[in-house]
Design a binder for this molecule. Sequence first.
Ligand code: SF4
Ligand code: SF4
Length: 459
Amino acid sequence: MTIIAIDQNLCTGCKECSKVCPTLAIEGYPHQPQTIAESRCVMCGQCVQKCKSYVSVAEHGAEAYERVRSERGLPESVKEPLFAAYNVCRLNEVKAALADPDKFTLVQCAPAVRMAIAEDFGYPLGTLAAGKLAAALRRIGFNKVYDANFGADVTIMEEGSELIDRVTNKGLLPMFTSCCPAWVRYVETKHPDLRNHLSSTKSPQQIEGALMKTYGAKITKTPAEKIYVVSVMPCTCKQFESSRPEMSDSGGRDVDVVMTTRELAWLIKDLGIDFAALPDEGFDKPLGDYSGAAGIFGVTGGVMEAALRTGYELLTGEAIPAVDIAAVRGTDGFRTAEVPVGQLKLKVGIVTGLKNVEPVMEELKAGRLNDYHFIEVMTCPEGCVTGGGQPKLLVDLDLPEAYRARAAATYSHDKELPVRKSHENPSVKKLYDDFLKKPLGKESHKLLHTTYAGDPKHH
Ligand code: SF4
Ligand code: SF4
């Protein structure tokens, strides 16, 4: 399945994309069309964000523009320049599902979408628009407006418990986060010998999808086969993740189709929804209920901080002294911290940007990180707020401000939420009481954990 492509007719060979590609997957001579080496591409979409070669009606005429727009299956209402590097758009599948009376459509949004989508409607960089986002999805016609943030809270319950289990039972450490599919793909292809360091916990998107088709079917009294799950993600790699054969533990595909933040903005405009006039609405409960910890998954260090908030309390039985864990925040390529958790000093590392990961892998292979417990890796420059599917910034000078503003909005959203720890989310508690029973239990293992390429149990 092609996820990322470079249009050979549009590419001018400026090689800007190859400067941001973290895996050196872009090949070609200067001033010649570039190609992507699929074996190295992790589908992060950073090249899509960076590409500057385009077709527009004003410069190239309506006919040339229409050829590209229709080839890519984009709505007719799309009028903005189209770039040589692009991710394959699946909006036609979303529209078909919405029009199908036999489908019960459930949608989920990743944390970082709400920090950026308003930019595509002329709002300042990093405007938080969680309420308008939920309202827009309801106007589009989804039967339930759920949230991957709920899945992120459940991820923490499972991943945090897995970390505690590895630490207390002498399991393989350091454990790697597994919520970034581009990072997972990188480990599988470039460092298969390290794959057992990856947490077996699925990403929030896949956890939410598996729960929507099982628990969601139960609580909405809908046959699972009628449920169609759409994700809205800041990430171009999430379509790949959802298409992995093993991501079907609910009985069918756990997530049916993915659209990016940019594509959702196109859909909203295509349907004539006035974004600015939308009221602030909430996500549907229970699968759209979320804590502040889930919201910070969108920034580098956020998964680590969310896991520490819960891990500390599960391990010690005491309230964590400070909910904001400044030691794991920041944007340095690799930063480390020692966090006291009861008697234990938890050693953690955070890699932001896959470009910074190789020295860490070398250190690990040389045995110099053996005393670390947990390492977070996010592929995009500062985490998912800077993902390949986020609104495209045409002026490079805007990038640092966009990254800063989206991260700031993420932390202020965390602060304003009444519940800031995943294990205190009342809907998560109810999920475990009524359905999953306990983290790492039988049902969790079936629905919420996975294996990686090369593992004997992998299918
Ligand atoms: S999607 Fe990411 S890994 Fe693939 S070519 Fe583009 S920048 Fe490189
Ligand atoms: S950092 Fe986030 S947006 Fe980027 S590839 Fe990973 S999951 Fe996707």
